[in-house]
Design a protein around this ligand. Structure first.
Ligand code: NAD
Length: 483
């Protein structure tokens, strides 16, 4: 694999096109903090060119059958499967996650394109369906039409996967796309352009403009020809996206932050609980919107669960994505390292007790220890704010009601995990939690067929499943008197 990656062009109209802008950003390997390449940042002129190209391509792409679009989606999936190993390596190099996690990402991305291929095929039979009316003197039929040119903006924590969650349904719906990957992890995202060329996706259907938020993200959101914005990222930026979109009543979907709870009841198996807790906060170095970063453990099992959790956390092998046995990589960027270390220092300054961790690793790169704070009051910023790193906050509870109240006492509502031997209780608590996705006694498995998105400030709308496709469709009703 080459150590110098020069990304100085955008993918527009099926071609690599020189950027209208000269500004660059280094591409960093977070395991060494060294530059491994250069990204040329786009600007508003690049965005405009990509949007106009996508608008021209929309005329024919929107008229293709779902079956035809499905064949392209399946071809993308096949390419991802064929190139999975090299794509996973590129992703780990730039994001820092252990290679095994990147391999899972590639498999998830391929499955997403395959799933939306099936939904694209089914879309043909859903056109012109008549609606039964109470008023028998009228007839009405429904059409599901592509929204238009869509702007897709993604973060750096699950490159290729978050992108697949947007690109696959958008193409399935018949939309044409301008994608803005994160400027932090462009390496693997750019490979999607090569895949589009390899499979002969019609030019202009998928366009990729590299750049940062100000130079590319904001002009994309503001572009009058962009019918819909689908954004995944922070609440800070999500609010700005929604405000900008409001000025021209553009449709938006937002997948934002989280501060998700994991609830461990007194009948839970302590070892299983410890492993689920650790996976929920240390996978991807805690850089998951769905990270279960608040542990609520019943006081009767707290000691045995925490003893085991300490052992699991301290057995985490932190290191380079490509080293044998590594289970946690570095944080992905210097900024994220600063943010996470800032929260750890704040916790220590608040006098919070550490169960384990609390330090940066004394080596190059953005490595921190798996960190667990005990008895964190709900007034603490560490309990309330998204840290986006391997930092867990723990509290105990005495009753199911107290656990539910503490779990729901959050601005966010993305996900939650319940660990209990009592299935009746698991179902009851699941219904009581204000969260978009809940796991019972299992890891954070997310399937293309199920929904993804949050309650409260975790976002607006849902990705994946039929909801993910619907997000890129306009509903058209055609009504007439019966002759
Ligand atoms: P971010 O908000 O800083 O950036 C996300 C994307 O938005 C990047 O591509 C960035 O360049 C772009 N951007 C920045 N400013 C912009 C602007 N003014 N207009 C348009 N685009 C702009 O987020 P991040 O640091 O890349 O990602 C971490 C955040 O993403 C966390 O808060 C996390 O919870 C969230 N996230 C949510 C989900 C979910 O499904 N809910 C999934 C992954 C990440």
């Amino acid at each position: 694999m080459s150590n110098t990656h020069t990304l100085n062009e955008h993918f527009i109209g099926g071609e690599w096109v020189a950027s209208a802008n000269a500004a660059t950003l280094p591409i960093i390997n977070p395991a060494t903090a060294e530059s491994i390449g250069t990204l040329t940042l786009g600007n508003a002129a690049d965005v405009d060119r990509a949007v106009r190209t996508a608008r021209n391509a929309f005329a024919s792409w929107s008229k293709t059958s779902g079956k035809e679009r499905a064949s392209y989606l399946r071809a993308i999936a096949q390419q991802i499967r064929d190139q999975a190993e090299s794509l996973a390596r590129l992703s780990s190099l730039n994001n820092g996650k252990p290679l095994g996690e990147s391999r899972m990402d590639m498999s998830d991305a391929a499955a997403t394109y395959e799933y939306y291929a099936t939904l694209a095929e089914q879309l043909d039979a859903r056109q012109g369906v008549s609606v039964p009316l109470q008023a028998s003197e009228f007839a009405s039929t429904t059409y599901l039409e592509p929204a238009g040119v869509v702007g897709l903006i993604v973060p750096w924590n699950f490159p290729f996967v978050t992108t697949a969650w947007k690109v696959a349904p958008a193409l399935a719906a018949g939309c044409t796309v301008v994608l803005k990957p994160s400027e932090i992890t462009p390496l693997v995202e750019f490979e999607l352009a090569n895949i589009a060329r390899t499979i002969g996706l019609p030019p202009g259907v998928l366009n990729i403009v590299a750049g940062d938020g100000a130079g590319v993200g904001a002009p994309l959101v503001d572009h009058p020809e962009v019918a819909k914005i689908s954004f995944t990222g922070s609440n800070r930026v999500g609010e700005r996206v929604m405000q900008s979109a409001a000025r021209r009543i553009a449709n938006v979907s937002l997948e934002l932050g989280g501060k998700s709870p994991i609830l461990v009841f007194e009948d839970a198996d302590p070892q299983q609980a410890a492993e689920l807790i650790a996976a929920g906060i240390f996978f991807n170095c805690g850089q998951m919107c769905s990270a279960t970063s608040r542990l609520l453990v019943h006081r009767d099992v707290a000691q045995s669960v925490l003893e085991r959790l300490k052992a699991v956390a301290e057995a985490t092998l932190v290191g380079d994505a490509f080293s044998e046995g590594v289970t946690m990589g570095p944080l992905t960027s210097a900024n994220q390292l600063q943010t996470v270390c800032g929260y750890i220092e704040r916790g220590l300054a608040e006098g919070l007790k550490l169960l384990t961790g609390g330090a940066r690793l004394p080596r190059p790169g953005y490595f921190v220890e798996p960190t667990i704070f005990l008895d964190v009051p709900s007034s603490s910023a560490l309990w309330r704010e998204e840290i986006f790193g391997p930092v867990l906050c723990v509290r105990t509870f005495a009753t199911e009601q107290e656990a539910l109240e503490l779990a729901n006492d959050s601005d966010f509502g993305l996900a939650a995990t319940i660990v209990t031997a009592d299935m009746e209780r698991a179902r009851r608590v699941a219904r009581g939690l204000q969260a978009g996705h809940i796991w019972i006694n299992g890891p954070q498995a997310v399937f293309p067929e199920t929904s993804w998105g949050g309650f409260k400030r975790s976002g607006l709308g849902r990705e994946l499943g039929p909801w993910g496709l619907q997000a890129f469709l306009e509903v058209k009703q055609v009504t007439q008197p019966v002759q």
